[in-house]
Ligand binder design. Structure first.
Ligand SMILES: Nc1ncnc2c1ncn2[C@@H]1O[C@H](COP(=O)(O)OP(=O)(O)O)[C@@H](O)[C@H]1O
Ligand SMILES: Cc1ncc(C[n+]2csc(CCOP(=O)(O)OP(=O)(O)O)c2C)c(N)n1
Ligand SMILES: [Mg+2]
Ligand SMILES: [Mg+2]
Ligand SMILES: [Mg+2]
Length: 340
């Protein structure tokens, strides 16, 4: 890329001009940004990175999909605390085989996501990288003081729920990596699965409804797979949980594609990841009230199991299929285990 970084930054981030209002006193363009959260709110902060070959290939994601998903995965972490996102900082390390136009595409996706989630890009960093593109996003959000929903608050007697569908992103990735010409066609039969992989949406409204309900115990977002996120809740809360195989919300087209390709759709749901749905626990007595609020908002909420009394030092996760119960292994996407 025969350009200087300063003109590239100006080009890529021109949509962040003139944004100093609503608590943002210094936006993009100085040494750092300066902002205050709204009164009665506290700041929620998280950071997730995406790396070429690990999180995407040029063949699986367009530049704007990459930008959109990097923002989504962060907004999803804020949603999993019951908060909403306000600001983003973007760090990009560009490898030589990425053109300025492709990088502009990444920023188009970043700003499209920011518009969808009402987020402002207030800074970042631009550097070169020798071999693979790295994109790291930090999101700053807000939540009512003292009310963030933690992973550690699951209690026996609560039910386990998940929003939306799970396993769709892993199915979409399988189509992109292994599907034939006809299946990969964007308007084809598996278009929704490909979309779930390339353009996942963070469940901000669901997180807010859960916080407002006051009925949510623990909450987590599905980035590494349902089993991995349930284990994180079980360990943080020192409880055991049991989920029903038949209740896991898997789309019909995911089941159809799994059957055709000889894969197990439940494996995608439990161990696939990148669905960015919310999984958590709810007070049993409040389930119907919460379900009604979700139905009114048009968001799918499925009860998939319950929190059990258990030996606190030894949390356990079980999967019920018919009359049988098996252990649900602590597995999911793991950056270092993939290498073994
Ligand atoms: N390299 C790091 N340095 C400091 N904190 C980190 C680092 N990596 C992850 N964390 C923190 O560890 C926790 C778990 O991270 P992670 O598993 O990536 O969460 P999630 O799956 O919700 O994105 C978070 O609080 C995150 O901020
Ligand atoms: C080419 C390619 N191979 C594999 C994957 C699958 N994959 C990569 S990272 C990941 C898990 C989510 O990423 P992570 O950085 O662990 O997110 P976090 O839990 O920190 O939010 C998955 C399922 C992919 N998206 N693209
Ligand atoms: Mg993370
Ligand atoms: Mg998370
Ligand atoms: Mg995350």
């Amino acid at each position: 890329m025969a350009h200087d970084e300063f003109s590239l930054i100006r080009q890529w981030t021109s949509r962040s001009d003139g944004q100093e209002k609503d608590g943002l006193t210094v936006g993009l363009g100085d040494d750092a940004a300066v902002f205050s959260p709204a009164p009665e709110m506290e700041v929620v902060a998280c950071c997730d990175a995406m790396v070429e070959t690990v999180h995407f290939l040029k063949e699986t994601m367009s530049p704007s999909d990459i930008g959109y998903k990097a923002v989504t995965s962060n907004v999803s972490d804020v949603a999993a605390m019951g908060g909403y996102a306000r600001y983003a900082l973007v760090s990009i390390a560009v490898a030589p085989h990425w053109t300025p136009e492709e990088c502009q595409g990444i920023y188009d996706g970043i700003y499209a996501a920011c518009e969808a989630y009402n987020v402002r890009v207030i800074g970042g960093d631009t550097v070169s990288a020798p071999d693979a593109l790295h994109l790291s996003v930090t999101v700053l959000g807000e939540v009512e003081k003292g009310r963030a929903i933690r992973r550690s608050q699951a209690r026996p007697g609560q039910v386990v729920f998940v929003t939306g569908h799970v396993g769709s992103s892993a199915a979409g990735l399988h189509v992109l990596l292994h599907g034939d010409q006809t299946t990969v066609e964007p308007s084809g039969r598996w278009a929704k699965l490909i979309e779930a992989h390339q353009r996942p949406r963070a469940q901000v409204e669901a997180g807010r409804l859960l916080l407002e309900s006051g009925a949510c115990g623990a909450l987590n977002d599905v980035s590494d797979g349902l089993a991995s996120e349930l284990w994180e809740i079980a360990e943080a809360s020192a409880v055991s949980m049991c989920v029903d195989a038949d209740k896991i919300p898997v789309r019909e087209d995911v089941r159809a594609y799994a059957l055709l390709s000889g894969q197990d759709p439940l494996k995608w749901a439990f161990y696939g990841g990148e669905d960015y749905q919310l999984v958590g626990t709810l007070e049993k007595s409040q389930v119907e009230a919460v379900r009604a609020r979700f139905a009114a908002a048009g968001i799918l909420l499925t009860v998939i199991g319950e929190v059990e009394e258990g030996k606190p030092a030894q949390p356990k996760l079980s999967l019920r299929s018919g009359d049988s119960r098996t252990d649900l292994p602590k597995a999911g996407y793991n950056h270092f285990r993939q290498r073994e």
